[in-house]
Design a protein around this ligand. Structure first.
Ligand SMILES: [Zn+2]
Length: 113
């Protein structure tokens, strides 16, 4: 297990506070993560990877809430989203080294402390 639920809740809370977002509810989901107005979820499989990757996934979903607050479509995974995601990740010591096929998600081995 890369990360405990309590650690994830603490990270969600820290990100919300530093980005001036209302605290969303947090849950683990079976397959895909999501970010809605008042909740985010992270898939269980991501939590089973190493801790940096689990943290990355929390940052990814929180980045959607930041983008939405700024009026940017939450389903957009473009350069603006990626810069927000990377900024949040870096605050917590997580580095994204690249994105798989230039898509929205890095491979597990592209995320590290
Ligand atoms: Zn996304």
């Amino acid at each position: 297990m890369g990360m405990s639920r309590d650690d994830a809740l603490a990270l969600v809370s820290l990100i919300a506070e530093s980005e001036n977002l209302p605290l969303p509810r947090f849950r683990l989901s079976p397959r895909q993560g999501h970010a809605r107005n008042t909740s985010i979820s992270v898939p269980r499989w991501a939590f089973a990877k190493h801790e940096a990757f689990a943290m990355y996934y929390v940052c990814h979903e929180m980045a959607h809430l930041v983008e939405r607050k700024n009026g940017i479509s939450s389903f957009h995974h473009g350069d603006h989203f990626k810069s927000t995601e990377q900024r949040i990740c870096l605050k917590f010591g997580v580095t994204i080294k690249g994105y798989k096929n230039n898509g929205p998600y890095p491979r597990v081995d592209q995320v590290a402390y």
